[in-house]
Design a protein around this ligand. Structure first.
Ligand SMILES: *Cc1c(COP(=O)(O)O)cnc(C)c1O
Length: 416
C-alpha cells in the first residue's frame, strides 16, 4: 500500500473495522502498546459501576453467593479457555503471571520428581521475559535440591539444551522483545519426546495469535489478561493445566481457595479436584470482574480473521518503515516470516529511548525495551491500516527532523 488513500480503502473493506467502536480510545492517539496494557472496553465503565455500587455497595457479603463472586475464577477461565484451545475446567483466572508460573513450575517439578527424579534441569531462554527467569531462579534457590537453570541463546540451541537431565522446558510463545513466535506444537512434541514437561507463557500470545494448547498437547500454560485481552491495569492473570496433570499433585501455594471445602475451616489442606486447586487466596473481585468485558469482545471475533489482519498490519508497518524511514539506522528484529511472528513489531535504533519519547509526545504510543528497542504492538481489534500509515508518517518526521534530539526525551521515567 503506497498511499494513505489505499490504506483508507483497506479500512473500508475490513470486516473487523467496527470492533474498535467497542473500545473507548482517546482522541489524537494512535495506540501501539496494546501488547503492554490493552485499552478500555466501553462496557467496563457500566460494569465497574455495577460491581461497586450494587454488588459491593448493596450486596455486601451476600454477593459472594448472589453475584457469584466465588465462581469468577473458573467462570472467566472457561471463557478465556476458548481463546487458547482449552476445555472447560482447565483454566482459572487468578493471581499474576509471575505467581502462576511459580505454581505451574512447582507442579511440573513434583510430577518429574515422582517419575524421573534424576531430571534436575529447567530449560528456558536467555531472552525470555525477565520475571519468568527470576521466578525460576527463585524456585531453584528455594528448593535447594541442586536444580539448575539452562538458558538457550546464540551459543546453545533448543536441541542441544534438551538432554535427558531436563525436567521442564518453560518458554514464552511470543517473545516480548522481538515478537518472535515458536511453533507450539512442534516444540512441545520435541521436548516431550525427550521426557520434559512443557510450560508456555502466553502473555504476548493470548488474544493476539491463535493458540491451541490441547491441540499442541502442552502440559501447563500461564499468561496475562491486561495485554491483548484488555482486562485493565494489573488485572488477574490465568493458568491452564492439562486435564491429565490436574489431580496428580498440588501446587505449594495451597491457600484456602484451592481447598476442596474451604468453608469447613478444617485444619488440614485437602486440594479441590481439578483446576480450582491452582487458586490460592481471596481474589481481587473488582479488577477480575472487568476481565470479562475484554473477553466478551475477543470472543466475538474469529481468531483466524484476527490473525489475518494482524499479519497484514504488521507486514504493512514493516514495509512502510523500511520504505519511508529506510535511510535512518533502524534494524528490524522481528521475524519477517509469518509463521514466526506474533502481533508486535520491534526495530532497534541507537537513540531508541528518545525516539519513542518523541513519538509518545506526538500521540503515537508504543514503548521502549532495552537495548535500543522501539516496540510497536499491532492490535487488530482497534487499529486500522490508516493508523499504521499515520504512525509511520510521524516516525518519519521525527527521524528526518531529528526532533527526538532534546533533553526532555532523554530523561528516563520509572516505567518505560
Ligand atoms: C508481561 C509479561 C509478564 C508479566 O508478569 P506479571 O506477573 O503480570 O508482572 C510475564 N511474562 C511475560 C512473558 C510477559 O510478557
Amino acid at each position: 500500500m503506497h498511499s494513505r488513500d489505499l490504506c483508507l480503502q483497506a479500512d473500508r473493506q475490513d470486516e473487523l473495522a467496527n470492533l474498535r467502536h467497542q473500545f473507548s480510545l482517546p482522541h489524537g492517539v494512535i495506540y501501539l502498546d496494546g501488547n503492554s496494557l490493552g485499552v478500555l472496553p466501553k462496557t467496563a465503565t457500566a460494569r465497574s459501576q455495577h460491581v461497586l455500587e450494587q454488588e459491593w455497595g448493596v450486596g455486601l457479603i451476600r454477593s459472594w453467593n448472589t453475584a457469584r463472586w466465588f465462581e469468577l475464577p473458573t467462570r472467566l477461565g472457561e471463557k478465556l479457555g476458548r481463546l487458547i484451545g482449552a476445555e472447560a475446567g482447565e483454566v482459572v483466572v487468578t493471581d499474576t503471571t509471575s505467581l502462576n508460573l511459580f505454581k505451574a513450575l512447582a507442579a511440573a517439578l513434583r510430577i518429574q520428581q515422582a517419575q524421573a527424579p534424576k531430571r534436575r534441569v529447567i530449560v528456558s531462554e536467555r531472552d525470555n521475559f525477565p520475571t519468568d527467569l527470576y521466578m525460576m531462579q527463585g524456585m531453584i534457590d528455594f528448593l535447594q535440591q541442586g536444580y539448575e537453570l539452562r538458558l538457550i541463546d546464540e551459543t546453545l540451541s533448543l536441541e542441544q539444551a534438551l538432554t535427558d537431565e531436563v525436567a521442564v522446558l518453560a518458554l514464552s510463545h511470543v517473545n516480548y522483545r522481538t515478537g518472535a513466535m515458536y511453533d507450539m506444537a512442534e516444540v512441545t512434541a520435541k521436548a516431550q519426546a525427550r521426557g520434559a514437561l512443557v510450560i508456555w507463557d502466553l502473555a504476548h500470545a493470548a488474544g493476539a495469535v491463535p493458540v491451541d494448547l490441547n491441540g499442541a498437547d502442552a502440559d501447563f500454560a500461564v499468561g496475562c489478561t491486561y495485554k491483548y485481552l484488555n482486562g485493565g491495569p494489573g488485572s488477574p492473570a490465568f493458568i491452564w493445566v492439562s486435564a491429565r496433570h490436574q489431580d496428580r499433585f498440588w501446587q505449594p501455594l495451597s491457600g484456602w481457595w484451592g481447598h476442596s471445602r474451604p468453608f469447613d475451616m478444617a485444619t488440614d489442606y485437602q486440594p479441590a479436584q481439578g483446576i480450582r486447586r491452582f487458586l490460592c487466596g481471596t481474589q481481587p473481585i473488582l479488577s477480575m470482574s472487568l476481565v470479562e468485558c475484554g473477553l466478551d469482545v475477543a470472543l466475538q471475533v474469529d481468531m483466524a480473521a484476527l490473525r489475518k489482519k494482524s499479519l497484514a498490519l504488521t507486514d504493512l508497518f514493516i514495509q512502510l518503515v523500511e520504505q519511508r524511514c529506510g535511510h535512518h539506522p533502524l534494524t528490524l528484529i522481528t521475524p519477517r516470516e509469518h509463521a514466526s511472528r506474533g502481533s508486535h513489531v520491534s526495530f532497534m535504533h541507537p537513540q531508541g529511548y528518545a525516539v519513542m519519547q518523541a513519538l509518545i509526545a506526538r500521540g503515537v504510543i508504543g514503548d521502549y525495551r532495552e537495548p535500543e528497542v522501539l516496540r510497536f504492538g499491532i492490535t487488530p481489534l482497534y487499529l486500522g491500516y490508516a493508523d499504521i500509515w499515520d504512525a509511520v508518517e510521524v516516525l518519519r518526521d521525527i527521524l528526518d527532523s531529528a526532533s527526538w534530539n532534546q533533553p526532555a526525551f532523554m530523561a528516563r521515567a520509572a516505567v518505560t
